[in-house]
Ligand binder design. Sequence first.
Ligand SMILES: CCCCCCCC/C=C\CCCCCCCCC/C=C/C(=O)SCCNC(=O)CCNC(=O)[C@H](O)C(C)(C)COP(=O)(O)OP(=O)(O)OC[C@H]1O[C@@H](n2cnc3c(N)ncnc32)[C@H](O)[C@@H]1OP(=O)(O)O
Ligand SMILES: Cc1cc2nc3c(=O)[nH]c(=O)nc-3n(C[C@H](O)[C@H](O)[C@H](O)COP(=O)(O)OP(=O)(O)OC[C@H]3O[C@@H](n4cnc5c(N)ncnc54)[C@H](O)[C@@H]3O)c2cc1C
Length: 670
Amino acid sequence: MAAADWGGKADHLAGERATAQFDVDGMKVAWAGSRHAVEVADRMACLVASDPVFRKDTRTMLSRKELFKDTLKKAAHAWKRTVELHLTEEEANLLRLYIDQPGYVDLHWVMFVPAIKGQGTEEQQKKWLTMAYKFQIIGTYAQTELGHGSNVQGLETTATFDPSTDEFIMHSPTLTSSKWWPGGLGKTSTHAVVYARLITEGKDYGIHGFIMQLRSLDDHSPLPGITIGDIGGKFGSGAYNSMDNGVMRLDHVRIPRDQMLMRLAQVTREGKYVHSDVPKQLLYGTMVYVRQTIVADASRALSRAVCIAVRYGAIRKQFGSKAGGPETQVLNYKTQQSRLFPFLASAYAFRFVGQWLKWLYTDVTQKLESKDFSTLPEAHACTAGLKSVTTSATADAIEECQKLCGGHGYLNSSGLPELFAVNLPACTYEGDNVVLLLQVARFLMKTVSQVASGKQPVGTTAYMGNIQHLMQCKSVVNTVEDWLNPAAIKEVFEARALRMAVNCAQNISKAPSQEEGFSELSPDLVEAAVAHVQLIIVTKFIEKLQEDILGHGVKEQLQKLCGIYALHLIHKHLGDFLSTGCVTARQGSLANERLGKLYAQVRPNAVALVDAFDYTDHYLGSALGRYDGDVYSALYKEAWKDPLNETVVPDGYQEHLRPLLKQQLKLSRL
Ligand SMILES: CCCCCCCC/C=C\CCCCCCCCC/C=C/C(=O)SCCNC(=O)CCNC(=O)[C@H](O)C(C)(C)COP(=O)(O)OP(=O)(O)OC[C@H]1O[C@@H](n2cnc3c(N)ncnc32)[C@H](O)[C@@H]1OP(=O)(O)O
Ligand SMILES: Cc1cc2nc3c(=O)[nH]c(=O)nc-3n(C[C@H](O)[C@H](O)[C@H](O)COP(=O)(O)OP(=O)(O)OC[C@H]3O[C@@H](n4cnc5c(N)ncnc54)[C@H](O)[C@@H]3O)c2cc1C
């Protein structure tokens, strides 16, 4: 794919590609999940790259208004192409992904539609989804308010049932109850799933979802009683500013009773509140769904940053050998490798755990359909924990990739500033990462207490059942090579996670109350949750290696990357491993020694390993990460596109620069 995109020009990275010790096509399949996935992704990426409407090379130079209009244009064009080409859902999602510009359509497909699917009755789904699928209406997900985001139970918007008219009265009673942040709400959405406190017969039944029409389908003006607008510019140029995150206030707006999403609970014609026999946590189901997709987004964002930094690192040269030999590619510096290759390994690790999480989500959804709710807590903990750990690591890594690319990484044309700005909020949206890790910790504390009372844990906490062994085992690693053994790696990760969780549980039990103990111990609980989630990622990587993986040398490269992922975590969190007694200081330094050897083995494969992500130059959007490695010409060309270069003498010269220079000159002659 990328080779076609490159169009036969000189390949400055050809030497790098020639040193690869594995079949890149095979790796593309392992990365994408199947040959079919590679093929569809290629087709959609090419469709986007070859269409001038989807150009994005001057995006960071547009004003907010221009950028927003450009987003509307791209979204409309994408829909036109979807219809004309009869794209499948899979193809349409990929098309949207490769257009690579956040916009109202994300909220429509990723939150509005799933919220109705998950919380609407069959009748409601039929009515609303029929229109949503044809884009006759555009929807968003309006949950967060000015005063509350994390604490969903603290939302203030009210939905009061009026039996005299069979309607709900939707109202924002305070300034802090204004809806604040929903994407697409500001200027685009015609409808929303609005979360509000349901009040009927004088009683507050807490948060429920309601479908509301916000704007006229004739002239797009807000409906009576609705004040609506954009919340203002956000971090970075271009980036998330293409999205019209919005504010909305409701002044006693009436909607029919049947616009309450009634799968989980109903209000009868008389105003009686009736709860279905499903857990009330299903109200949060849309967030579980989206958190799962965000893990895949994180691996994609991280892999883009790594692709840019690896390719550029192979082109960029600084300093020669003392004997006056050729200059060194910065990728050959050991410090560069030890900073960058853990990100390369993490990109693969997050990709595979994301594929597994998608499977878990599908499995849980099928169980829910047959009224088996037993795996819901684990699905919540896994999606919350993996969303948190992968997005935090990705944001940090993109920032570090900018530094790995030196000064040029700081230019918009490197693609990294926008990538960072677009992915940074993933640490906050769909649940602040710390808040979500505390949810994981809550789940772990429950599991520890169940284990203590003799219950055998299952799924991702099954390892806790091996408590006798894991609480006292000592790692058997004795040589550098021993760290190649997946069982030895898994054992120390399991022991670390379990011991940290048990320590927390013991310390909480010493507190005057469970609640006080949990609050006091929350920093430790967050670390215990991270240890558990990292264990899941390591385990899923190891399990991936047990599958049939085709292609010469592909499995061997993945084994090395798995080793790097696990051992860099041991190195980074050595304090945890030492303090819980899972490894000794000597074993820690053996792990680091092994890591250095793995970096050296990955080095000749580095460029091919990022080629396997199969990104077009269009999608990558980086002068530094071009497939052909022609970095300097690209940087030079990009610079001239800047609006400042439209004139040789800048605007403002006559008013400000000339008088200053003239005045100083006059003074110097006095
Ligand atoms: C159509 C297909 C499309 C595919 C697309 C592919 C192509 C992709 C293309 C482009 C990619 C771009 C897409 C990116 C889109 C992203 C857009 C993002 C826009 C952002 C949206 C938002 O941010 S929406 C708002 C999100 N808000 C939050 O997340 C709030 C966080 N807070 C909470 O979740 C809760 O309040 C919290 C869990 C923190 C606490 O809740 P509370 O009720 O107080 O609960 P608590 O007492 O702690 O727990 C009670 C009980 O419930 C359990 N529980 C909590 N949450 C859940 C859950 N979600 N599921 C199940 N169970 C849950 C909890 O564990 C407790 O259990 P027990 O301990 O009592 O057993
Ligand atoms: C780009 C973007 C897009 C968004 N899109 C949408 C959307 O489409 N629809 C929608 O409804 N919302 C949306 N949101 C809102 C988002 O879901 C919330 O911002 C998010 O859930 C975090 O809530 P908050 O802003 O209230 O943070 P706060 O909870 O106020 O967090 C502030 C700080 O307090 C800490 N904190 C909070 N509670 C605890 C606790 N219990 N223990 C320890 N520390 C705590 C947090 O860790 C954080 O450091 C979006 C947000 C962003 C940034």
